[in-house]
Design a protein. Structure first.
Length: 281
């Protein structure tokens, strides 16, 4: 007896659907596991020597290779003078303190690490929060919770300011008032980019933020959605300048509530802060 048309085409349809599913799986895997490094150059007054800052943001307990080996190698390749960790190193929905602290222990061997918290650290249970911060401090990470540190790198003195994420719901201006020496170039670490206008009020030369995950799905170079900014957000990735302040927004590395990145590769940010020459304005 001859097979019906539906019976004859069913295996072919299943094969095609299987191929599409496999291609979609590969596409999603590549989009979520391919690490890229984005380099920025920022001219900065008051530097006697150039310096390099690597920014790590929104890791959310993600692992890139065993013990985050691929991520560590990418950071090493940038030869940073400083590593800035701008929040959400853990995910409050599936908190893994061990992975976060292990990453910090490897990162401090490359360069001094400075950290500010993100909203997911704020959401953590108190015992997990304490475990995380104690673990990072034992590794040698500098926790800048509304603090400013003046550091000297190869003869260049800069101020590193850290804005605690909870300050966004409180007196942010008071927290930003920690800037101590207006003569020194200042780098502000703050998790959330949507407060750019307020950050500019203290005139830092550089602001490093994350939080937006690149908009999670990027079409024609723009993100579709970001927390606290909604649909078609303004600040999801790249650099933004107002006056003498440049804000760089990292697309981050991990995922949270929405588990996929589309056209939005996990990102390491490498900032080359360059001393101004006589021709620079």
């Amino acid at each position: 007896m001859r097979m019906g048309i539906k019976q004859r085409f069913r295996p072919a349809m299943l094969t095609v659907l299987g191929l599409y599913a496999a291609m979609l799986g590969i596409f999603c895997f590549v989009n979520n596991r391919t690490l890229v490094t984005t380099e920025y150059r920022v001219s900065c007054r008051g530097l006697s020597e150039d310096l390099t800052i690597v920014q790590i943001s929104d890791l959310h307990n993600a692992r890139f290779g065993a013990h985050n080996g691929r991520l560590i190698k990418k950071i090493e390749a940038c030869k940073p003078d400083i590593i800035a960790i701008t929040g959400d190193i853990v995910d409050s929905r599936r908190t893994d303190v061990k992975t976060a602290v292990e990453f910090c222990g490897q990162a401090v061997k490359i360069a001094p690490c400075y950290y500010v918290d993100g909203n997911h650290e704020v959401f953590m249970d108190d015992d997990k929060h304490e475990e995380l911060f104690e673990g990072m401090e034992k590794c040698g990470v500098h926790i800048l919770d509304n603090k400013t540190e003046t550091i000297d790198i190869n003869g260049s003195r800069i101020q590193l300011m850290g804005l605690e994420d909870e300050s966004l719901d409180g007196d942010m201006q008071a927290a930003l008032a920690e800037k101590t020496d207006p003569q020194l170039p200042t780098v502000l670490l703050a998790h959330e980019p949507q407060e750019f206008e307020t950050y500019c009020s203290t005139s830092p030369e550089l602001v490093l933020c994350g939080h937006a995950h690149g908009g999670q799905i990027r079409l024609f170079g723009h993100g579709l959605f970001a927390p606290d900014q909604g649909l078609l957000p303004k600040y999801t990735a790249g650099s933004f300048t107002k006056g003498g302040t440049t804000m760089i927004v990292s697309r981050g590395l991990g995922n949270s509530a929405f588990p996929l990145r589309i056209n939005d590769y996990p990102e390491i940010v490498c900032v080359k802060m360059e001393k101004q020459t006589k021709g620079d304005s």
